[in-house]
Design a binder for this molecule. Structure first.
Ligand SMILES: *[C@@H]1O[C@H](CO)[C@@H](O)[C@H](O)[C@H]1NC(C)=O
Length: 279
């Protein structure tokens, strides 16, 4: 399978920062010049500024967006327009003093709707006049809560989207989706054997939110929240009038949005969900 442009290089950067430099070849860049990258500065809700990277590959018809939170977590959103799939990945730094490994990776896969994000060809054409400008989204979209109660088998996931293989390789045991998304994909002919429904509160009456669970070894429902701070969610159109007075419209910019997501999913042990504690 061809390695596609969306989502690869930044993971590499993270690994270079986190791990001692490993010998061996670096993954090659894919395909001809259809790849583009834009780096924008974005203000976070606490006032700090972070850099966001937006990549578009119009050949593969995908977009990838990546930002680092103040605590070091790397958030990636990949939109695969061809397969109507979007993939969120969080690489969460472990707290070494708590005996956690270097990072924990989570992947959430859900349906990509039309018009959620601008098309990849428009994204590939985005430029900014002043790269130092600190941006804030023009529109705040409401928090979306997703019950991601189905696990996706990593080795079979490429059928759903070829990007799962690249993006979720650190999260092989932690790829989640929702029943309603699975229904949509099954209707499109995707192989159902890659999905496994996880235990629900209805099956396990003791199943609590991890926040309320005191025993580190008990199963519970974990919550993970993330926010995409700035993304081009719509195209703006302007009107022009030619010499004869005929009006026509053309794409003249983008509207930017911010959107938060909360994923609720089953973990077999509360210790896999240590960020979800009372604050
Ligand atoms: C995922 O699918 C592969 C290939 O069919 C299989 O060998 C493996 O056991 C599956 N993994 C899980 C966790 O079910």
């Amino acid at each position: 399978m061809r390695a596609q442009g969306c989502g690869l290089p930044a993971l590499l950067l993270l690994l270079l920062r986190l791990l001692p430099l490993a010998p061996g070849p670096l993954p090659g860049r894919a395909g001809p010049g259809a790849l583009s990258e834009l780096r924008v500065r974005v203000r976070l809700p606490d006032g700090q500024v972070t850099e966001e990277s937006l990549q578009a590959d119009s050949g593969a018809d995908c977009i990838s967006l990546e930002l680092r939170k103040v605590d070091g977590t790397l958030i990636t959103l990949t939109a695969d327009f061809r397969q109507e799939v979007k993939i969120f990945r969080a690489l969460i730094l472990g707290e070494l003093e708590r005996g956690q490994s270097q990072f924990q990776a989570l992947c959430f896969v859900t349906r990509l709707h039309r018009n959620e994000i601008i098309p990849s060809e428009s994204m590939a054409k985005l430029r900014q006049k002043n790269p130092k400008t600190v941006r804030q989204a023009e529109e705040v979209r409401g928090l979306e809560q997703l019950n991601t109660d189905v696990a996706v088998n990593f080795s079979k996931g490429a059928q759903l989207s070829p990007h799962i293989h690249n993006i979720c390789s650190e999260a092989k045991e932690a790829i989640y989706t929702r029943v309603e998304d699975v229904k949509f994909w099954l209707e499109k002919g995707v192989d159902g054997s890659m999905f496994e429904v996880l235990p629900q509160s209805a099956d396990l009456p003791d199943l609590q939110r991890c926040k309320l669970c005191l025993d580190r070894w008990k199963p519970c429902i974990c919550s993970y929240s993330l926010s995409i701070e700035w993304y081009p969610c719509m195209l703006k159109y302007c009107k022009s009038r030619d010499a004869s007075g005929k009006v026509s419209s053309y794409k003249c910019g983008i509207r930017s949005c911010q959107k938060g997501y909360r994923f609720d999913y089953y973990v077999p042990q509360k210790q896999l969900c240590l960020w979800d504690e009372e604050t």
